[in-house]
Write a protein that binds this ligand. Structure first.
Ligand code: MEV
Length: 310
């Protein structure tokens, strides 16, 4: 039988990371240039994985692949075939631990492929729960933002655990620059929790402001007000630093982007490493900023455009 396949894309959080863990809204965009793909086929056991990181028995996979193994097991369970053995091949261009949703995207691709290999189908809500099961193995108690967003094809608003499409007034072009430093979402989420326990009033004020910025940005995205979006991003960067999820390498890229004329910039995702997201005027500005950020030390850069009129 031909292999069953699954795929999911990368995401970047435009505004609202961390605050979303405390019930505030967030806005995220797809990054179409980066995606995870999986192929699954039934074999006569035991289950195997094939990827750039590891090839061998699933049961012996290293800790780093715990999410993938959890995703596969959850899918087999959901398909009602917990004893089926699969070989799953994974290919992903999404850099891991950079705040771009790699773990959720790989999980989504693996689950989709594994379900298809068993001839099983699940509805959207069940699919979300399965990705969340794998995400919990990676991050502890994820808000669900990544799990929802990696299967979305347009900008989305996330609130109370659900997403809805966002109207986009005019094209928005972003440069994503990788600091080369691994993001540490679990640690960053724990750091915010510790700070909030120590100083609830100050932290809640920052979370409220991030939530208000998300609401404002949603309106600005619909109205095509890119200057306002940029200013909100830059403010969010300062607030996230104040929550203790920044990193010197991120600050360098942030400062370089803003001084080179980006409309705004911020760290994106869990922080403590990972990527900076910068909003620019158009694709020419994106090419210039990408060169500039590469010269000042970005490990990789990508451009992504969110199309207006959607
Ligand atoms: C991670 O991509 C986003 C965070 O808000 C964590 C979460 O939503 O679970 C930092």
């Amino acid at each position: 039988a031909p292999a069953a396949t699954g795929r999911a894309g990368a995401k970047a959080i435009l505004i609202g990371e961390h605050a979303v863990v405390y019930g505030r809204p967030a806005l995220a965009i797809p990054v179409r240039a980066l995606e995870a793909r999986a192929e699954a086929r039934a074999i006569s056991g035991p289950s195997r994985l094939r990827s750039a990181l590891y090839t061998g028995q699933a049961a012996r996979a290293p800790e780093r692949l715990r999410v993938t193994v959890t995703a596969m097991a959850a899918a087999l369970e959901a398909a009602g075939s917990p004893d089926t053995a699969l070989e799953i091949a994974i290919e992903s261009s999404i850099p891991a631990e950079r705040g771009l949703g790699s773990s959720a995207a790989v999980s989504a691709a693996v689950i989709e492929a594994a379900l298809a290999a068993c001839g099983a189908r699940v509805d959207d809500e069940r699919m979300h729960e399965l990705i969340q099961t794998a995400e919990r193995a990676a991050h502890g108690s994820p808000s669900g933002l990544d799990a929802r967003t990696v299967r979305a094809r347009a900008a989305v608003w996330f609130e109370a655990g659900r997403i809805e499409p966002v109207s986009v007034g005019s094209d928005l072009t972003f440069v994503i620059a990788d600091s080369g430093v691994r993001g540490r979402t679990r640690e960053a989420v724990a750091a915010v929790a510790a700070r909030r326990a120590a100083d609830p009033a100050a932290v809640d004020a920052s979370l409220d402001e991030l939530g208000a910025l998300a609401t404002a940005v949603r309106g600005q995205v619909s109205a095509g007000e890119s200057d306002g979006i940029g200013a909100a991003m830059t403010r969010a960067h300062t607030l996230l630093n104040g929550l203790g999820v920044g990193d010197p390498a991120l600050d360098r890229l942030f400062a370089a982007a803003v001084s080179a004329g980006a409309l705004g910039a911020k760290l994106t995702g869990g922080g403590r490493g990972g990527c900076v997201l910068a909003l620019v005027r158009d694709t020419d500005a994106a090419a210039e900023l990408s060169d500039h950020l590469t010269r000042v030390g970005a490990a990789a850069v990508w451009t992504t455009t969110v199309e207006g009129g959607a």
